[in-house]
Design a protein around this ligand. Structure first.
Ligand SMILES: C[S@@+](CC[C@H](N)C(=O)[O-])C[C@H]1O[C@@H](n2cnc3c(N)ncnc32)[C@H](O)[C@@H]1O
Length: 282
């Protein structure tokens, strides 16, 4: 399939899925490959024929939706973000949890891919923070719409390319070599619950002290859906919890109740009085 054909098709189809073309501009290769395969499976000549097919088979829209999931991720993605999490954000949230006499710091990784993001958080907690907060454990809920991604997450075997950004000291302690792959040791896997959840329909069960929602809602979904989901995400947060977006993402223009904590890193914090979805809309 020619790139321009793919672009024209996506510009037509994505708004109907409540997604936005801008988010796919740089990563459309992954979708183009899948579309090419789908057209071949259906015996269709081109995207015009696929449009016709979509008109005649409403259920195909669900399948197309799954073809539009971008799955790129890696451990310690955007190192400044994880440095801030380790040095400032998690310690501040841990102290607040201790003051409340909570036993667990609760984290939600929304759109967790094959585990890179929640596992990075667990590695930081165990290797850099846990000793300072002996009475506090970490509980991470990691959700994704794609069961295949979660199956890979549970296996926790990665190519070196996925873990290469981790500081070597952390990488060497957290992984063992197994059959040419990097296998995450059990100690860094046990605090995470992986769940299949389409964030458009169902959020993880809060309350959370930290929500990582990176490179999903605020990249691929349209403006109205972003605002709607932000309200539902905030409703899962407690106290002065933190929300982390992808480094190139922006909060919707009508956002209220969150303020930048580390603005350039897209780390926001909840005003204590704002943990209700209505507070998010102007
Ligand atoms: C680009 S990856 C981001 C992974 C990780 N958060 C990061 O920033 O590295 C996006 C993930 O969101 C998942 N995803 C796509 N649509 C989703 C939806 N509607 N609900 C939940 N997860 C979704 C994809 O399967 C994929 O694993």
């Amino acid at each position: 399939m020619k790139d321009e054909q793919c672009v024209r098709f996506l510009q037509w189809a994505l708004p109907q899925l409540r997604m936005r073309w801008d988010g796919f501009r740089k990563v459309r290769r992954q979708v183009r490959k899948r579309l090419t395969r789908r057209l071949r499976e259906l015996g269709l000549a081109d995207t015009e024929a696929y449009r016709d097919y979509l008109h005649r088979h409403a259920e195909e829209w669900h399948y197309l939706d799954t073809l539009c999931r971008i799955t790129i991720s890696r451990f310690y993605r955007d190192k400044g973000v994880y440095a801030a999490l380790s040095e400032q954000v998690l310690p501040t949230l841990a102290r607040a949890a201790q003051q409340r006499r909570d036993k667990a710091l609760r984290v939600w990784s929304a759109g967790c891919g094959s585990g890179e993001e929640p596992y990075t958080t667990a590695i930081l907690w165990h290797l850099e923070l846990r000793a300072r907060y002996p009475d506090l454990r970490i509980e991470i809920v990691a959700t994704d719409a794609d069961p295949a991604m979660l199956a890979r997450a549970r296996e926790a075997n990665y190519a070196f390319a996925s873990v290469k950004d981790l500081p070597p000291g952390l990488r060497d302690q957290a992984f063992e070599q197994a059959h040419g792959a990097c296998r995450l040791k059990p100690a860094y896997r046990c605090d995470i619950t992986f769940l299949v959840r389409d964030i458009r329909n169902e959020q993880a069960e809060g309350p959370f002290d930290l929500v990582l929602c990176r490179n999903l809602v605020f990249t691929y979904f349209d403006d109205a859906l972003q605002s709607e989901l932000l309200g539902r995400i905030v409703a899962t947060m407690r106290g002065s919890a933190a929300l982390v977006l992808g480094i190139h993402e922006e909060l919707p223009a009508d956002t209220r109740g969150l303020y930048p904590w580390f603005g350039k890193l897209r780390i926001y914090r909840l005003h204590e009085s704002a943990s209700h979805p209505d507070m998010m809309r102007s």
